[in-house]
Design a protein around this ligand. Structure first.
Ligand code: AP5
Length: 196
């Protein structure tokens, strides 16, 4: 089962990914987490990505596609995987299609989490508060100014993936304004159907 989570920053992709990993036993491939690990490790990719991410922009399509291509070679991806935050542009989606076609695999479903923009900003504020309360460091791109930029980037570069996957008959929209548990149940219903 190959599933993509699509949605604006703060839509709940990471939250729901944790549930999918537990319920379906497939790994979460989060390009955001992988890039943050590269930044922390000061690897060549991390050094290139840091300023771009801090500004709320997208890292180049070639870099993220290469990261994903390498990651899906791992044994734990054989039964399937969940892509969280990738693809984020039409060229990335086309690269993914090419990578999977070579392996005679294909995306099964694209789950779009729909959340109002006002709610996204409230969630960001909560996340900042909760992170501070835990004594952890707040993400460098989690501030209101950069968040607004990330939303613009989503509208301009990522939202075109909605008609792209609609055209492939793979888009499944979920109301992300519900409680975490209700969103999980809606996603489970979609994935259970795919698994048959
Ligand atoms: P990335 O790490 O992918 O971040 P993002 O898409 O901006 O998403 P977030 O992690 O902010 O939100 P989320 O949807 O996971 O929500 P969460 O579950 O945390 O990307 C970061 C950067 O990396 C990009 O800007 C870019 O620079 C780079 N990058 C990554 N991928 C790339 C790519 N493919 N190409 C190029 N560049 C790339 O939830 C948010 C909050 O809401 C939490 O506090 C949570 O507890 C709460 N919450 C969740 N669900 C609910 C609910 N139902 N009700 C109430 N609260 C909820």
């Amino acid at each position: 089962m190959i599933v993509i989570f699509l949605g604006p920053p703060g839509a709940g992709k990471g939250t729901q990914a944790a549930h999918i990993v537990e319920r379906y036993g497939i790994p979460q491939l989060s390009t955001g987490d992988m890039l943050r690990a590269a930044v922390a490790a000061k690897s060549p990719v991390g050094l290139k990505a840091k300023a771009i991410m801090d500004a709320g922009n997208l890292v180049s399509d070639d870099i993220v596609a290469a990261i994903i291509e390498e990651r899906i070679e791992a044994d734990d991806c054989a039964p399937g995987f969940l892509l969280d935050g990738f693809p984020r542009t039409i060229p990335q989606a086309e690269m993914l299609d090419a990578i999977l076609t070579k392996k005679e695999r294909a995306v099964d479903a694209v789950v779009e989490l729909r959340v109002d923009e006002a709610a996204l900003i409230d969630r960001l504020r909560n996340r900042i508060k909760e992170t501070k309360a835990r004594g952890e460091e707040v993400r460098a791109d989690d501030n209101e100014e950069t968040f607004a930029k990330r939303l613009d980037v989503y509208r301009e570069q990522t939202a075109p993936l909605i008609p792209y996957y609609e055209g492939q008959g793979k888009l499944r929209a979920v109301d992300g304004m519900q409680t975490v548990e209700a969103v999980s149940a809606a996603i489970d219903a979609i994935l259970d159907q795919i698994q048959g």
